[in-house]
Design a protein around this ligand. Structure first.
Ligand code: DGL
Length: 272
């Protein structure tokens, strides 16, 4: 089984990383559309066009199923992708349901890109699951840029988080939903800001679980395995992964080292 995973950039790597944990035996093709990142501040029409190109590319490379590892592309393009392509295509949406079900009373903050926050898909989801109106929404587009520059714990990031929530009382939130796959890298900064009682909820486990169901694959239940890489050859060998940045096959040492560092970062922050 060859599974294609795409995002506008390195956010989707967090989904691939979770797949390494749960579905280690599959083959993966990872596609980051780095020529067009960020998606979250573009028009829906542009994003649909990029998503179609990315999907076509992965299908041409032999993908048997696709994961749109991008909440933004899912919110505007998932229907069109499913209409055009005849393989299983899974999308992602902010994990509001588990956040609502896993907490009581206190409020829930959902952060995502401006497009995800604006689109009907999230409104419909809130309509279905946020019966008590506990959810607040906040677009945080700059985090995508920071992530692409590999800036995760820098003073600029800390200040951006602080100023974004200047008008909110962090102690009122029982959960922070990471509604953009790029936001996983910032878990330590969110943890510091919101404190240890606030759940950080991402959609990665749910997505991989859904993928396993759709493809009838057995998930690895061993929670203790760690997925760190001491060199990039091991990373490439892991589930035979091919990496592409906007149609360019990644084989140069510098970019592979970058990807390896990102996987190690994701492992480091996974359980926060
Ligand atoms: N990682 C993406 C998401 O999950 C999109 C980020 C962007 O390109 O703006 O929404």
């Amino acid at each position: 089984m060859k599974i294609g995973i795409f995002d506008s950039g390195i956010g989707g790597l967090s989904v691939l990383h979770e797949a390494y944990h749960r579905l280690p035996g599959q083959e993966y093709i990872f596609y980051a559309d780095t020529e067009h990142v960020p998606y979250g501040t573009k028009t829906p029409e542009e994003i649909v066009g990029f998503a179609i190109d990315n999907a076509q590319f992965l299908i041409d490379k032999g993908a048997d199923a696709l994961v749109v590892a991008c909440n933004t592309a899912t919110s505007v393009a998932i229907k069109e992708l499913r209409r055009r392509f005849d393989i299983p295509i899974l999308g992602m949406e902010p994990a509001v349901k588990p956040a609502v079900e896993g907490t009581e009373e206190k409020r829930i903050m959902v952060i995502a890109t401006p497009v995800t926050i604006r689109e009907d898909k999230l409104r419909d989801l809130l309509h279905r699951v946020d019966e008590e109106h506990r959810v607040d929404l906040k677009p945080m587009p700059k985090l995508v840029e920071f992530a692409e520059k590999e800036m995760f714990d820098t003073p600029e990031v800390i200040e951006y988080i602080r100023s974004s929530f200047a008008d909110y009382d962090a102690s009122k939130y029982s959960a922070l939903v990471l509604g953009c796959t790029h936001f996983n890298y910032f878990k330590p900064a969110f943890r510091d800001f919101f404190g240890s009682d606030t759940l950080l909820v991402d959609g990665n486990f749910g997505t991989v679980h859904h993928l396993a169901d759709v493809l009838s694959l057995d998930m690895n239940s061993d929670q203790d395995t760690e997925v760190y890489f001491d060199d990039y050859h091991k990373m490439l060998g892991q589930s035979k992964t091919e990496y592409y940045f906007s149609k360019k096959f990644i084989e140069d040492e510098k970019t592979l080292e970058h990807l390896k560092r990102l996987h190690n970062r994701l492992e480091e922050v996974r359980k926060l």
